[in-house]
Design a protein around this ligand. Sequence first.
Ligand SMILES: Nc1nc2c(ncn2[C@@H]2O[C@H](COP(=O)(O)OP(=O)(O)OP(=O)(O)O)[C@@H](O)[C@H]2O)c(=O)[nH]1
Length: 384
Amino acid sequence: MEHLSVLTILVLTALNLSTVSIALPVIMGKDISRAAKLAQLSLLSQTIGWMAIISSGFFGGHWLDPALSTVSMAFGSLANCLMFFALCEWLGPRPYPRLLVGLAIAMPIGYVLVFGNYSWRVGYANLLFGMQLLIVARAALFPRGDASLRWRTLIALCYTAFAVANLARGVLGAFFPELYPSFDAPHVVNIVAQITANVALVLTTVAILVAWREEAEAQLREQAFTDNVTGLLNRHGWDDRATALFDQARRHGTPLALILLDLDHFKRINDTQGHEMGDQVLRMTGGVLEENRRSSDVAARIGGEEFALLLPQTDRSAALHVEQRLRLALREEGIQEPHMRVNYSAGLALLQPGDLKLADLMARADAALYQAKAQGRGRLLQAD
Ligand SMILES: Nc1nc2c(ncn2[C@@H]2O[C@H](COP(=O)(O)OP(=O)(O)OP(=O)(O)O)[C@@H](O)[C@H]2O)c(=O)[nH]1
């Protein structure tokens, strides 16, 4: 082990990192999420950190030595913050952001202050790095959420291993400076720490690529479920979400209301004002549905000018109330934009023991809607 040169491993780590920092943006392209960008910047920042510490070795005794070492500490800390915020973007808020940023700010300041004392400097820098890395490792796993655990575990393992390596190096530098007189000292702890850094880097890159692929998959799923005119769920998305809510309501015996809406004489708008105006009216209707639904309700555009609203835990009077609110809101829009004035017919169905599938409930609401059209439109009828 002692025959391995720390400086060589260090240079290889920096070389690997710079290659990855250039390769990742090229492979991933421009059209990526903020999370992926932050993860890329984290690797870039780490590259600058390692480059700075290697360069500092050439300037022993010169003012560039402390300057470059401090730059290295600052960029290493920045890299940890960037990875932490990438995780927040991917997984939602993570604990201890202020502590992490505080440690990152304290790092270069304290480092400059104790630079003259080798033991203090090495102990301090590695302790702060270790703490930062543990915060990032924890952030990858907790809170759990429902994102895939595989790449998160990989990041957690890499950052924990790197944290342990740093802490070990810190103890060595603080208490046994004669065994670890410089950052490239050939001590076994130092060599293992440097190898760990290299392996962690490779695996972190793999984890970022997997996270990016999962993100792309989620985006595709989202697109497949979304109607591109209104931004509501489309038929496919409706089938997925509404079926889940329907099954849940049946299992727990809780109330469930379905309202199907169909715009009246929509064809006329298309014919007299053009298809683009027709689309605008659809968008406006979608907006009204979106603004007036609760987060647990499901709203979708399930056909050309047909919309569906599924209301869990909702009885007849509450459903009628919701529908009146919708009609009023749509009327309000029509007053403000007279050329977009539109009305609708609707059918309401409440979950009954005979509704074995979502299709049964929908068929009853559809029959009521058909009746509403037949009776002169612009009204809501309830299914038997
Ligand atoms: N602009 C636009 N029009 C659409 C879209 N999808 C369907 N349509 C139109 O919606 C119209 C539906 O016409 P009909 O089924 O006769 O319904 P209606 O004119 O609303 O009449 P009633 O439902 O009987 O009141 C057709 O002209 C379709 O071309 C769309 O995405 N955008």
